[in-house]
Design a protein. Sequence first.
Length: 86
Amino acid sequence: MTRIVAVAIQCGATISLLPPARHHTILQSMDLIMGIDTEKVLPSEQGFLTDEGRFVNRVEAFYIAWKAEQFLKPSNGPELFSEDLW
């Protein structure tokens, strides 16, 4: 069964960090270390990585996490947030 394993942002390439990282942690790294203007990162480019290494958007990630029973707390969905998992 597929599971969500990390937050990710797809901006030309997929950039991810392992839990308990949040999307803002990636955005800060992109800005400070990589010099990428994060103002141009669209919400649709924020998502998660599966245990198969596939980038999925927040909606698809919600359904994957729901099916895998990964939620730490109840979530209304249909978008997944890292706070729902770790």
